[in-house]
Design a binder for this molecule. Structure first.
Ligand SMILES: [Zn+2]
Length: 248
């Protein structure tokens, strides 16, 4: 849906394609929709409205950014935090329960080293690609192949760049197999703004979700159930993969 900003008697709101208002015209300033949410200002405070015109949070922030990858950066009394799509303040924490601080796109922040506490660090990296373990999901051998460019799909890349992604995917697969992983699955993230590829060895415990069919359920289960001991093992495993990738 396309919504257009519109002014009425000095106040702002939005209308849909048919020119019908989707919210009241009560805002001093509005910004365009991003991921279904638009920043709106009343006096000197900001918040967001959704496509139904409903405010998803109190209009109480000193500054807000546009939503990216389902998160919006907001600032209150000099402190920044993140808001989820439901308007709740969230911190993005890695699986070691440390807050990861960044602005805007998380994949870009990983690519340009803004995030400094990635569990396991960078397993491999060059000008174009970075390989890490998933910072939020504790699964042994769950590897993310990220690209440093902010593009949402590989069709925006050159043939050579796509070949580089395949080459590193193959190396990661060989590394995982070298350390005993079987049934390695590939997932492409085509939904967020920044393309990523996940490589994940399927393990017996995942079969309860139907042979790794539902990645969301698997990652939620892992976040909830992995012990500190298992997390340590995941980090050790990452170190082995790193050594393998750098020597092969
Ligand atoms: Zn990005």
């Amino acid at each position: 849906m396309l919504y257009t900003m519109k002014e009425k008697l000095g106040k702002w709101g939005f209308v849909n394609q048919n020119g019908e208002p989707i919210c009241e015209f009560i805002y001093d300033e509005v910004r365009s929709f991003s991921e279904g949410l638009a920043a709106v200002r009343v006096n000197d405070k900001w918040g967001y409205i959704n496509e139904d015109g409903a405010e998803i949070c109190e209009i109480r922030y000193d500054a807000v950014g546009d939503f990216q990858s389902k998160l919006g950066v907001v600032e209150k009394e000099g402190k920044k935090c993140y808001l989820n799509m439901n308007g709740e303040e969230v911190a993005v924490t890695n699986f070691m329960n440390e807050e990861m601080v960044f602005e805007g796109c998380k994949s870009c922040a990983i690519g340009n080293h803004t995030i400094t506490n990635l569990p396991g660090g960078y397993l491999y990296e060059d000008d174009f690609i970075n390989v890490t373990i998933d910072p939020e999901v504790p699964i042994r051998g769950f590897i993310v192949i990220g690209i440093n460019k902010h593009v949402s799909t590989t069709t925006q890349l050159t043939r050579e760049e796509r070949i580089q992604i395949e080459d590193i995917t193959n190396k990661v697969k060989l590394a995982l197999e070298h350390f005993g992983a079987k049934n390695i699955l590939l997932f492409e993230d085509g939904f967020s703004e920044h393309y990523r590829r996940w490589v994940i060895p399927s393990d017996d415990w995942m079969f309860q979700f139907g042979r790794g069919k539902n990645l969301k359920q698997i990652t939620m289960y892992a976040k909830k159930n992995m012990s500190d001991e298992q997390k340590k093992e995941i980090l050790l495993f990452a170190e082995q993969i790193k050594v393998f990738l750098r020597s092969n």
